[in-house]
Unconditional design. Structure first.
Length: 272
């Protein structure tokens, strides 16, 4: 079933906090950072997850990255990990984890993803954690379940799902979600959100102002932030994609990725 992705589909299930809410009830989100010289993407994703309502956000980083990250964050916490096993232990109490933005194309990223796949956290997999699995997508799919979300642009999509795009974006996204057994967000002018159960949504409010470095990292954090608040992964992806574009249109010319999280309070207020 194909639908136009509008707020009418998910507005009533957005995770608004109740009067007795506390930070742990509002969801625990983790974002895996790259090494010390590649921490910006994780910080963008973490900020977006915090702004969209996750009650507690941690950046999980390799040794040496914490001193770079610490001066740039306040409400976001930082944990270092020395091995994939240590990352898994840090992630196990979390509700959702983002991995991929500037994570690096070294095999260690794959080991980290596998460790996260053994936890109870829902995963949002983006960027390097997709490209790393070019020519061996089954190894990626083995780490996933139906609550996880893949967020490729067309280049990343073609690396993981070769030859599918020739059938058209809608068919490609639908087949990718079925094969991966996870939600697929195929980014573009009309972003497509596909569920492994066959649901398909086409986002109508895409914004050209999102063609700027880091905007995809923000989207990954938004999706994960909603999932951390116990929103269904397909609905969370749908809501985040629409809000991401709406935020960009509100700002317009001059938008950079750092602006997007700061626009979310107004977007959310209007939806409420």
């Amino acid at each position: 079933m194909t639908e136009s992705n509008t707020p009418a589909l998910w507005r009533n299930i957005l995770p608004w906090p109740g009067p007795d809410a506390h930070k742990h009830q509002r969801g625990r989100l983790g974002v895996v950072s790259g090494p010390a010289w590649n921490t910006g993407a994780a910080r963008l994703a973490a900020r977006a997850g915090l702004r969209i309502g996750a009650g507690l956000v941690r950046i999980l980083c390799p040794p040496g990255a914490a001193p770079v990250i610490a001066p740039t964050v306040t409400a976001i916490m930082i944990d270092e990990f020395l091995s994939p096993e240590a990352l898994g232990r840090l992630a196990d109490p979390l509700d959702a984890v983002v991995i991929g933005p500037a994570a690096g194309l070294e095999e260690e990223t794959g080991y980290n993803l596998a460790a996260l796949g053994r936890t109870g956290a829902a995963l949002v997999v983006d960027a390097d954690a997709l490209t790393l699995f070019k020519d061996r997508p089954k190894a990626l799919f083995a780490c996933l379940d139906r609550d996880d979300v893949l967020t490729p642009h067309e280049g990343e999509f073609d690396r993981v799902f070769p030859n599918l795009l020739k059938h058209g974006r809608e068919t490609a996204a639908w087949e990718a979600a079925r094969v991966a057994g996870a939600v697929v967000v195929l980014k573009g002018r009309e972003t497509i959100i596909a569920s492994p159960d066959g649901r398909l949504r086409i986002n109508p409010n895409g914004s050209p102002w999102l063609a700027t470095a880091g905007s995809g990292d923000v989207l990954a954090g938004m999706i994960a932030g909603l999932i951390a608040q116990r929103m269904d992964s397909f609905e969370a992806a749908s809501a985040a994609v629409w809000m991401h574009a709406d935020a960009a249109e509100r700002f317009g010319p001059g938008l950079i990725a750092e602006d997007l999280p700061e626009l979310l309070p107004a977007v959310l207020r209007d939806l409420k």
